[in-house]
Design a protein around this ligand. Structure first.
Ligand code: NAP
Length: 308
């Protein structure tokens, strides 16, 4: 099979940090065009809108949509309608309904739709899933606390409705938890803290359980200075398991049992190529459903205004 002609829409931080090097290292893809109002990539034909790009470049086979989630649906719909395969950055959209509509369209068009969850491809996630599959789990505690000023400086979209606020990183934790736990969990109580000048939360405290009443407590906070935490701790009959550093390291009873170099985006592009070759899609909305549930069931608290 010849290389898949790929285009990127929304050239920004994650494209430069992760997509470009991962695409360059993957012989299944050839980057042939970009569509972005301002961003461009050296040596690649640039358009300022997806309409102009799709009109001018009929050889495009697939597009990666990397703009903020509030603006992704329209571009995804146009790309699928034109018969292109589509890679959605996380979160796959601003609402569940729009992503469901994209799934229907992808099926009708016989095109691949890939709702990517990069944290699921963190190095120690599969080893953790295997550990938990045979463990008696007593409780799970998710601690995802980071400094928004460091990680998202001046990203206005992230604070606007649909930008998800602290759920932008929090959904990464949820994408891991929903993958590694043997049984589905659901929200039973939660509190969301909204800065009085913002549409999206700066912190969330969530309590889930599953059919066996397993307690899963998730704490997301964007006000963390000093040490940052992206950890999932499970108390099990075999001892304490810690999946730390965003899924990079697995320790059991304080002993490091698995770690490997980070390769999330190379893995995502390998998966996208596999899906295209197999003629299938991969759209798991569980992480986004939990966020929607938090907005439905969570209590709202207003806290002091946030300024970058
Ligand atoms: P970003 O740099 O703020 O935005 C990406 C690009 O989207 C911008 O450079 C901009 O390009 C375009 N864009 C911004 N506002 C737009 C609008 N109103 N309409 C159309 N296009 C718009 O964001 P990012 O950090 O790369 O994140 C993009 C997505 O990737 C998000 O869903 C995020 O959750 C996900 N992600 C980010 C990271 C990270 O570390 N940053 C990690 C993993 C996943 P133009 O001005 O050129 O149009």
């Amino acid at each position: 099979m010849s290389a898949i002609n790929l285009a990127i829409v929304g050239v920004g931080k994650i494209v430069r940090d992760q997509h470009l090097p991962s695409i360059a290292a993957n012989a299944d893809f050839k980057l042939v065009a970009t569509a972005s109002r301002n961003g461009t990539v050296d040596g690649v034909t640039a358009y300022t809108s997806i309409d102009d790009m799709l009109d001018a470049e009929p050889s495009i086979d697939a597009v990666s949509l990397c703009m903020p989630p509030q603006y992704r649906y329209e571009a995804a719909y146009k790309a699928l309608a034109a018969g292109k395969h589509v890679f959605l950055e996380k979160p796959p959209g601003a609402t569940l309904s729009e992503v469901a509509d994209l799934e229907d369209l992808a099926t009708k068009q016989g095109a691949t739709l890939f709702a990517s969850w990069h944290s699921r491809y963190a190095p120690a996630v599969e080893a953790t899933k295997a550990f938990l599959a045979s463990a008696e789990i007593k409780s799970v505690h998710v601690i995802w606390k980071e400094d928004v000023r460091h990680w998202h400086p001046n990203q206005e979209w992230i604070w606007q409705a649909g930008g998800l606020g602290v759920f932008d990183p929090g959904i990464n934790a949820l994408s891991i938890v929903t993958h590694i736990l043997p049984k589905a969990m659901f929200l039973v109580a939660g509190t969301l803290e909204f800065p009085e000048n913002r549409d999206s939360p700066i912190a969330a405290d969530l309590h889930f359980r599953n059919v066996d009443h397993l307690p899963v407590h998730a704490e997301f906070d964007w006000r963390q200075t000093g040490k940052q935490s992206w950890d999932i701790v499970a108390e099990t009959a075999a001892g304490q398991m810690v999946l730390s550093e965003g899924g990079s390291k697995l320790s059991v009873n304080g002993e490091l049992t698995f770690s490997a170099p980070e390769a999330e985006y190379p893995s995502l592009y390998r998966r996208f190529a596999e899906l295209i070759k197999a003629g299938t899609s991969d759209v798991d909305l569980a992480p986004l459903r939990h966020v929607a549930d938090a907005f439905m069931l969570g209590k709202r608290k207003f806290v002091e205004a946030f300024h970058d």
